[in-house]
Design a protein around this ligand. Structure first.
Ligand code: TEU
Ligand code: CA
Length: 554
């Protein structure tokens, strides 16, 4: 296993819109993040992944970019960005930015020009279908109000493609002029000193521009798999690597909808000269029906263990993986995978943190999870700001579907649950803003906040810092061989990590009941390295949501 800084790094994701507002407009901003740099440093993490901060009309909260080389005015100025980057680097923290180049905003000058005429210089920066050829073969859109990825545009009597919202037209990567523009933009940011990119739906960028009907085998399956393996994807990523990435000591991670164990090596193996790692969605969709309606199967631990064990094994020989539970597209991990009741919130949050930071692969940890933030569970669609939930709600309404069931499911699955503002203290608006927050703040901020956690050495926050240190001091948790134990136990996730002469045993009770870990391992003289209960009774009995890591003497 070849060692590398980006394999040993712990990545902390900041959703800037909701981290800290410095000017009272209710929207987080770069100066707000700067005011919290010492807090960020205190976590012990190595890399910040910053969601998009570029100019945007915010149809999809910054994932619709109208100028790739400028800062969204709500977030501040380029000088603020330079100060933020300097502040992070002074604290030995790297910064990776979000590269959103499958699509731009429809307000980007390229698209404003492209839609003007069929012979415009920028016409082929996007995917157009002349209407005289009839309507093109159906493509599904994640965010279109009717799920239709083709939008008719009267001016030039043609359709344009948008896998996401109508305000997010897909860029035409088959056009070398477009690709060069993207590479130049990437150099611009690298020359400012950033340390890499998280690449938004990068697997979708290559399209067969004859737009044939989607093959039958993808019917009913996630469209991601068809979208995620276009004809020239790897050619373009190898070109991006040659033209840009190979010239910098950087971290590159694909957001990889449509990646599978079968195809991920084409993306991340070192000898492919493309990217370094990718994150998949297999666990996030567990038990979900279309439009993120939820079923009982959504928390099946046996399935969860199978998924993570399969993905771990995928990188036994080559390539490298990622481990995450939360991000800005996912519900809060303690609600989705733990238990957000007041009785079990802290214990189960610490248990999940133990999992993320004791698995092989680079951990991606989402802001606020370190204090055990929970889903806000809106009762009204009017409280949502995310076009995904609002769009699907409209669709269900038009179909005469069950809106009560929809709202109930989205209390768990809706993306805005993970986007509510960071909870700093128990003052008004949790110290996030002195104005009216762009998205409601979880009322539990009076108890769940950074200040309260800093005053309590038994808090999720202190536990997170301890787990970070345990991982950094024990590379067996980074590179060690993972072996799943007791796989058919529906309550307990048990595994070992081994490297050279070190062997750790991780026992996690994912249930609210006592459980027994049947691992066959004698722990009578093992050393508990960390536990989320103040006292660890030896043996393989686990209390509700108990997490413990033992050092075994082999
Ligand atoms: O997400 C792409 C993506 O796959 C998710 O939208 C996922 O399919 C969806 O949340 C599941 O319901 C990226 C960004 O992370 C997301 O925030 C953007 O909305 C999207 O791309 C478009 O840029
Ligand atoms: Ca602000």
């Amino acid at each position: 296993m070849k060692k590398a800084w980006w394999k040993e790094a712990i990545v902390y994701q900041i959703y800037p819109r909701s981290f800290k507002d410095s000017n009272g407009d209710g929207i987080g901003d770069l100066q707000g993040i700067i005011s919290k740099l010492d807090y960020i440093k205190s976590l012990g993490i190595d890399v910040i992944w910053l969601n998009p901060i570029y100019s945007s009309p915010n149809d999809d909260m910054g994932y619709d970019i109208s100028d790739y080389s400028n800062i969204m005015h709500e977030f501040g100025t380029m000088e603020d960005f330079d100060a933020l980057l300097k502040g992070l680097h002074e604290r030995d923290i790297k910064l990776i930015m979000d590269l959103v180049v499958n699509h731009s905003s429809d307000e980007h000058k390229w698209f404003v020009e492209s839609r003007k005429s069929r012979d415009n210089y920028y016409r082929d920066y996007y995917h157009w279908w002349p209407a005289e050829k009839g309507k093109p073969a159906p493509r599904w859109s994640f965010f279109d109000k009717d799920g239709d990825a083709w939008k008719y545009d009267e001016t030039t009597n043609a359709y344009y493609l948008h896998y996401f919202s109508v305000k997010q037209p897909d860029l035409n990567w088959e056009n070398p002029k477009l690709r060069k523009e993207i590479y130049d933009m990437m150099h611009f940011w690298f020359k400012k000193g950033i340390d890499g990119f998280r690449m938004d739906v990068i697997t979708f960028i290559s399209k067969d521009t004859s737009f044939p009907p989607i093959p039958g085998k993808y019917k009913g399956k996630m469209w991601d798999y068809f979208y995620g393996n276009g004809p020239h994807l790897h050619e373009y990523l190898q070109e991006m690597n040659r033209e840009v990435l190979s010239q910098y000591d950087c971290l590159t991670v694909a957001e990889g909808p449509g990646t599978s164990i079968e195809n991920v090596h084409d993306l991340v193996d070192e000898d492919r000269h493309e990217l370094q790692m990718s994150y998949h969605f297999d666990h996030t969709y567990m038990g979900f029906l279309p439009r993120k309606m939820i079923t009982e199967a959504s928390k099946n631990l046996i399935e969860f263990k199978k998924i993570f064990s399969r993905w771990d094994a995928a990188f036994d020989e080559k390539g490298w993986g990622t481990v995450y539970l939360g991000n800005h597209d996912q519900p809060r991990m303690v609600t989705r995978w733990g238990n957000d009741s007041e009785e079990w919130r802290e214990l189960s949050s610490k248990m999940l943190t133990t999992f993320i930071l004791s698995m092989k692969g680079t951990p991606y940890y989402y802001m606020g999870d370190e204090i055990g933030m929970t889903n806000i569970k809106f009762d009204n669609i009017e409280d949502y700001r995310d076009l995904e939930t609002i769009g699907w709600h409209g669709l269900v309404k038009r179909e005469g579907g069950n809106l009560v069931e929809f709202i109930e499911s989205h209390k768990i699955t809706g993306r805005d649950n993970g986007r509510t503002p960071m909870q700093w203290n128990d003052a008004t608006n949790s110290g996030f803003t002195t104005g009216n927050s762009w998205l409601k703040i979880n009322p539990n901020y009076t108890m769940v906040n950074v200040d309260a956690a800093e005053k309590n050495e038994d808090s999720c926050l202190y536990y997170f810092r301890k787990m970070v240190q345990l991982r950094k001091e024990n590379h067996v948790l980074v590179y060690g061989k993972y072996t799943l134990l007791n796989e058919d136990n529906p309550q307990v996730y048990a595994y070992t990590r081994e490297l050279d002469n070190k062997k750790f045993l991780v026992l996690l009770n994912f249930s609210p009941n006592d459980a027994t870990a049947e691992t066959g391992i004698d722990i009578s003289n093992a050393k508990p390295m960390i536990c989320n209960y103040s006292n660890r009774t030896m043996g393989n009995q686990l209390r509700p949501y108990e997490a413990v890591i033992y050092k075994l003497y082999v």
